[in-house]
Design a protein around this ligand. Structure first.
Ligand SMILES: Nc1ncnc2c1ncn2[C@@H]1O[C@H](COP(=O)(O)OP(=O)(O)OP(=O)(O)O)[C@@H](O)[C@H]1O
Length: 309
């Protein structure tokens, strides 16, 4: 059984249409596929959990059709079900996970590939515990967790009215740019301690710190150009002690991954990172935002299979 979880609101309803067309064009799959649609924010988490309990024995793959936010919700519904084989069809506006998995950004092509023998390969997800939540309440992320500027941009973009409007006009690339410019005006650089694999680093005047499972965030920006998904560590990028004007140039260069040449950008690696701040910090994990004073980020202790190149 191939099971689809489709976010009908992502990509202006593109996902639902593409899956319907695909199933119409492949009548031989009739009776071997089941589709579920999310009905509200957060629904993908409970849906995934129920599907895993009910169908885990007969399920060949769980195909998530939506944006990075939908995949994040599904993943967090599967915390106790690490054996489910995952697949992703990107129809969102950012689609950083598809870039990181090196799969097609064209949803139709990706859907065809999933049924044409694309293999599931191990992928090591990240876990995070804001304010050191109990271990059984930890959360998972697929692409990146970031603290500071990127998180405040994401908070702003998610709360904005212009996101939907610009998506409608096919101008989604402008969404993040407007978010960057507006946040640039209000942002106050942060000071905090990051304990990386037991070693304390005291960072001052920080604009952002990101921990990445692959190079991309923010809709195709190559924040961690050297990142490769692996069991051992995250790629850590710290941007600090930089002027606002220089930061704008830095952001332009992130699209091609050349920002790491700036002296204000530090690249590190680590598998267990504890952030401690005396002031509340905004964070974003795969584009889902929150706030905390402390956070423990680790690799999940085992890999999961996801269809990827
Ligand atoms: N039926 C629904 N009605 C309203 N919101 C929904 C529904 N189903 C899911 N959602 C919410 O839609 C939000 C956006 O989904 P998603 O992130 O997948 O798309 P996106 O924002 O277009 O893509 P990306 O994250 O790649 O930019 C998620 O927060 C999800 O909870």
């Amino acid at each position: 059984m191939h099971i689809f979880i489709i976010n009908p609101t992502a990509g202006k309803g593109k996902g639902r249409k593409i899956v319907e067309e695909f199933l119409r064009d492949h009548p031989q799959l009739k009776g071997r596929c089941k589709t579920f649609h999310t009905k509200y924010e957060g629904h993908a988490t409970s849906l995934a959990e129920q599907i895993a309990v009910m169908h885990h024995e007969r399920m060949k793959q769980l195909i998530v059709v939506g944006g990075d936010g939908t995949f994040y919700e599904v993943l967090n519904g599967l915390k106790d079900h690490p054996n489910i084989h995952l697949a992703f069809v990107p129809v969102g506006s950012g689609n950083d996970l598809a870039r990181g998995l090196k799969t097609s950004l064209n949803p139709k092509r990706q859907l065809n590939a999933l049924f044409a023998g694309m293999k599931g390969k191990p992928y090591w997800f990240g876990t995070y515990r804001p304010d050191l939540l109990a271990k059984n309440r930890l959360k998972l992320f697929a692409s990146t967790i970031g603290f500071g500027f990127d998180a405040e941009i994401t908070e702003r973009v998610n709360a904005s009215r212009y996101k939907r409007f610009l998506n409608k006009l096919h101008l989604s690339f402008l969404i993040y740019i407007i978010g960057i410019l507006a946040t640039l005006i209000t942002f106050q650089p942060k000071t905090f301690e990051a304990k990386i694999d037991g070693k304390s680093h005291y960072f001052k005047n920080v604009w952002l710190i990101t921990l990445s499972n692959h190079p991309y965030f923010g809709g195709g920006m190559k924040i961690a150009p050297k990142a490769k998904n692996n069991q051992q560590h995250f790629s850590i990028t710290v941007v600090h002690n930089i002027s606002k004007i220089k930061l704008l140039f830095l952001f332009l260069s992130i699209f091609v991954g050349k920002h790491t040449r700036f002296k204000e950008v530090e690249e590190l690696t680590g598998s267990r990172i504890e952030i401690n701040s005396s002031k509340e910090l905004s964070y974003q994990a795969d584009g889902v935002t929150g706030r905390c004073y402390r956070c423990l980020i680790e690799k999940e202790d085992r890999s999961r299979l996801i269809k990827r190149k």
